[in-house]
Design a protein around this ligand. Structure first.
Ligand SMILES: *Cc1c(COP(=O)(O)O)cnc(C)c1O
Length: 360
């Protein structure tokens, strides 16, 4: 068996310890004589898995009692519709456009009401986060929406926008559990888990209780109503059980690593190695404004598309996989999520140095 350093933006690298544990439990989970994939979601064993997973993410993020944690399906993209269906009481919402994911979310919300795009960084190919300290937040907005870490462009909100008292909704798919958060600043936090937490097929929604109501837009399906899942503790129907089990293992892994403070330190140390190299390189260049750089997704270019392609190909041959940039941006992107070891980033930088010497 040989494992590569996998820099994929998602689905992405998971902690090796977690994969090994899951492998060991594949045929017989904890003396049940069956795999978690094969057991009833109403069984005692699964109830313990989902209850423990919820408690662990609550501990990690310090989630207050007046917030609910929901394990749902449909990916992050389903939330683009579910959020307006449940929260757009006045049929007005403000969106801050910092990349493709926020753009898609805004477009979807337009099906349900008026969307005001109150800030955008599209003028410079989403290479920065706009100043959000004094935005024209709409008087009647039901919420202000952000994509907190922009997976494709490699930017991150270092400061949350001033929503002037309006509910903040955030897509944290690609920065989930990468550093401490103050949950009380948000009304709703959500993310697909396949970037930083687990296998595709689970989306975690952390929502303040007062936002969970029966008063949703007419025609909202039962399955797309937060209250359905909150009332049933994420067991209204069969949940993505195996995925939740893996998420639970990743929560335990993060706890064992020292929690979110330790994750942040580890992520900053990893990102620094790569950004420091980019800042002095004569061949490679980071594409993002320094102050807005993501700790998770690091896009870079040589400025020559053929050389970029050569780099990606040779890196793959050296065991450094999935470094090709998003199809809409080109160049390269290294996603260095929680589970990417420090050694992986060092190996990447060593390879970049060598490539630079050979191709400059
Ligand atoms: C990957 C990603 C999505 C889309 O996730 P799906 O689960 O494929 O729908 C949405 N937002 C962000 C920030 C992402 O990184």
């Amino acid at each position: 068996m040989s494992r590569v350093y996998n820099f994929s933006a998602g689905p992405a690298v998971l902690p090796e310890e977690v994969l090994k544990e899951a492998a060991a439990e594949m045929l017989d989970y904890n003396g049940t004589g069956m795999s978690v994939m094969e057991m009833s979601h109403r069984s005692k064993a699964f109830e313990e898995i989902i209850t423990t997973a919820e408690q662990d993410i609550r501990d990690l993020m310090n989630i207050p009692d007046n917030y609910r944690v929901l394990f749902l399906q449909g990916g992050a993209s389903q939330q683009f519709a579910m959020i307006p269906m449940n929260l757009m009481k006045n049929r007005v919402a403000d969106y801050i456009i910092t990349g493709q994911w926020a753009k898609k979310a805004a477009k979807e919300a337009e099906k349900y009401g008026k969307v005001n795009r109150i800030a955008s960084s599209e003028d410079k190919t989403f290479s920065y986060i706009p100043d959000c300290s004094d935005l024209p937040v709409s008087e009647d907005a039901d919420y202000v929406y952000i994509c907190e870490n922009n997976t494709i462009y490699g930017t991150k909100f270092k400061e949350l926008p001033n929503t002037k008292g309006k509910t903040l909704v955030a897509d944290v798919s690609s920065c989930f559990l990468s550093e401490p958060v103050d949950v009380t600043k948000y009304g709703l936090i959500y993310g697909g888990v396949q970037k930083n937490i687990g296998p595709a097929g689970v989306v975690i929604v952390i929502i303040r209780e007062d936002l969970i109501t029966e008063d949703v837009l007419p025609g909202t399906p039962t399955m797309l109503t937060y209250k359905t899942h909150a009332d049933a503790k994420s067991l209204y129907n069969t949940p993505p059980a195996y995925g939740i089990y893996i998420c639970g293992k990743v929560f335990k892994w993060i706890k064992a690593m020292g929690g979110l403070e330790a994750m942040k330190e580890r992520n900053e140390k990893k990102a620094k190695v790569l950004y420091d190299f980019l800042d002095q390189s004569k061949l490679f260049k980071g594409t993002v404004e320094k102050k807005d750089r993501s700790l998770m997704n690091v896009p870079f270019v040589t400025g020559d598309a053929d050389l970029d392609a050569k780099f990606v190909k040779e890196a793959k041959a050296a065991g450094l996989e999935n470094l090709k940039g998003h199809r809409t941006v080109g160049g390269m992107r290294a996603s260095i999520y929680n589970a990417m070891p420090y050694e992986g980033v060092v190996a990447l930088v060593d390879f970049m140095k060598k490539f630079e010497e050979e191709n400059l």
